[in-house]
Design a protein around this ligand. Structure first.
Ligand code: G3P
Ligand code: CA
Length: 263
């Protein structure tokens, strides 16, 4: 008999809307996350930084310079000050082909606002950024996960910092973890390295451009999920699917959705 999986072997490849649908709208705004949803992204990806008064906000960089009209380090801003910034107009200037007047004046969202907006059953893929700069960010993340009853079956916490992941693990062993990895040349993974990461993480998130099939297979054989970042071209998406990845981060979740339907 033909099973669903045999008919569509890629039905379980996760479409992770990287910073929301950030190819089309200003990254890490509620607008970008909602667009990720509408474009059939399975997960919304959120990078965390922390304000001077200890609030977790969604932002990629440690400074506000690139994605707002302000300048300076996030850690030197109170949330009230962060809320004065325009987190949308920069996108219209940088990407005129996708510019939209309604992006002007968009605000930087807090993690709390994101949880309130998308509620407990949304699939969140949350990164602790620069955990060494923000002591206590893991505790605050888990406090909000508890407060908003976020479904932990579909929550993923990711970090380049193994230390930050282990901290989350020690605070709440039921939270699923993804070890992010960054390669600057041809990526090699030994079975031992994969097994070591499997002890605390359910999967890995390597940059896609230096991977090969052997790498993906070694990780998969160790039982790790493999979610490469950030894959924006259809040809690269297809290649990674053929190698056996279990999901990927993309700024264009609609493109990946179309491809997965064809596969
Ligand atoms: O979290 C996956 C990917 O986003 C890691 O790189 O710099 O875009 O956060 P970065
Ligand atoms: Ca990220």
């Amino acid at each position: 008999t033909t099973t669903e999986a045999a008919k569509n072997p890629h039905h379980d490849v996760l479409d992770i809307a990287h910073r929301g649908a950030s190819g089309y709208a200003p990254e890490h705004t509620l607008t970008s996350y909602k667009m990720g949803d509408r474009m059939h992204g399975d997960y919304i990806e959120i990078d965390l930084q922390m304000t001077k008064d200890g609030k977790l906000i969604a932002m990629h960089d440690e400074t506000v310079d690139r994605t707002t009209d302000g300048t300076g380090q996030v850690k030197d801003f109170t949330l009230e000050q962060i809320k004065q910034l325009d987190a949308g107009s920069w996108f219209n200037e940088k990407y005129p082909q996708y510019a939209n007047p309604r992006y002007e004046g968009l605000k930087v969202p807090t993690l709390e606002e994101i949880f309130k907006t998308f509620t407990k059953n949304k699939k969140y893929y949350i990164e602790t950024k620069s955990p060494d700069v923000y002591p206590g960010m893991e505790e605050e993340l888990l406090r909000l996960v508890r407060k908003y009853h976020i479904n932990k079956d579909t929550l993923l916490v990711q970090s380049f910092s193994k230390e930050s992941l282990l901290k989350v693990h020690n605070l709440d062993p039921s939270v699923k973890l993804i070890q992010l990895l960054s390669y600057k040349k041809h990526a090699v993974l030994t079975g031992q390295e994969a097994a070591d990461m499997k002890k605390y993480a359910v999967g890995i998130g390597p940059n896609f451009n230096y991977l090969d099939k052997a790498y993906v297979q070694t990780a998969r054989n160790a039982g790790l999920d493999v979610h490469p970042y950030t894959v924006n071209e259809t040809a690269d998406m297809q290649k990674l699917i053929d190698w056996g990845v279990t999901g990927m981060f993309t700024n264009f979740p609609d493109k990946l959705h179309r491809l997965l339907k064809e596969n």
